[in-house]
Design a protein around this ligand. Structure first.
Ligand code: GDP
Length: 293
């Protein structure tokens, strides 16, 4: 996971030094605590991890065991994920992306299309952020680049109508996956949530069992602020998973723990750059290995 280099270089590399040849006394624990908190993991999670580390270290650790691996395993146990739905046997599979403007929804929609295409799926992108002309254009450009169909209407049109058209297209052309990009304007929050609920209702009405995924796209660089905004989406619509974006652009890559802990929603995807291949299905072991180096 090359995208986590910033966090590793800035913070986590010190952990290796802490553990090398030193006993896990109060001083080293304090140093460790500081690093983990600086990485934005969240105080609650850090406390729990340190408690478990102390228990394990004092009770069972032997010379053969690597304390860094013990820490890694404890960290992994504090992350929850659930597999991104790939099964399209009851096609079309509908993935709805929600989140505030600038969180990376449009980019994530495109990158996610690429993931599904890599699994041999035929994807339709629905430009249901009709609030911003730029979002529609951006998605069309991605569609061209990826060679994926984009269903779009004009700026200001009804997002639910775009979704209806995307579904009709997908059914007519036997497409496997529909990925829906949505608006994220927060200054008119209640309207946005109503709009998202309406889109969901249309999907439910047209395809039984859909949307199978409602993914909350969350900018990993916005820290606690992003988590508060995320809670508003969680209350309004049933989120099935989180996509954390821009983890490459932060030295505080521990945010996945805080998001997971505070929202209690599995993390399904991580964004590690702006290019089409820079979205990964979340793997807690790989993630923690990348942090710890
Ligand atoms: P939206 O308003 O939620 O649709 O957000 P966009 O998809 O337009 O993304 C906003 C900006 O964030 C764009 O410049 C993207 O290229 C950038 N972006 C999105 N995901 C990532 C990521 O994982 N890493 C980095 N470095 N930039 C990202």
């Amino acid at each position: 996971m090359k995208g986590l280099t910033k966090t590793r270089k800035t913070l986590f590399h010190n952990i290796k030094t802490i553990f090398s040849g030193r006993t896990l006394d109060e001083d080293t624990l304090e140093e460790l605590e500081e690093i983990l908190i600086m990485s934005d993991m969240g105080v609650d999670v850090v406390e729990k991890i340190l408690e478990e580390l102390k228990d394990k270290y004092h009770n069972k650790i032997t010379d053969q065991e690597d304390p860094l691996l013990i820490l890694r395993d404890i960290m992994v146990s504090h992350l929850s994920t659930s597999p991104l739905i790939l099964d399209t046997s009851n096609a079309p599979l509908v993935v709805l992306l929600v989140g505030v403007n600038g969180s990376g929804k449009t980019t994530t929609a495109a990158k996610l299309a690429k993931i599904y295409m890599n699994y041999g799926k035929d994807v339709v992108l629905a430009a249901a952020d009709t609030f911003r002309a730029a979002a529609i254009e951006q998605l069309k450009e991605w569609g061209n680049r990826l060679n994926a169909t984009v269903i779009a209407h004009q700026k200001g049109s009804d997002p639910a109508a775009v979704v209806f058209d995307a579904i009709s297209h997908a059914k007519a052309k036997s497409k496997d996956v529909i990925i829906i990009d949505t608006a994220g304007r927060l200054h008119t929050k209640s309207n946005l949530m109503d709009e998202l609920k309406k889109i969901k209702r249309v999907v439910q009405r047209e395809i039984e069992g859909a949307p199978q995924e409602i993914l909350l796209v969350l900018d990993g660089t916005t820290g606690q602020n992003g988590i508060i905004q995320a809670k508003a989406f969680k209350e309004a619509i049933d989120i099935t998973g989180v996509a954390i974006t821009k983890l490459d652009g932060t030295a505080k890559g521990g945010i996945a723990f805080a998001i997971n802990h505070e929202l209690n929603i599995p993390i399904k995807l991580v964004g590690l750059g702006e290019k089409e291949d820079d979205l990964q299905i979340f793997d807690p072991v790989k993630y923690c290995n990348a942090l710890l180096g």
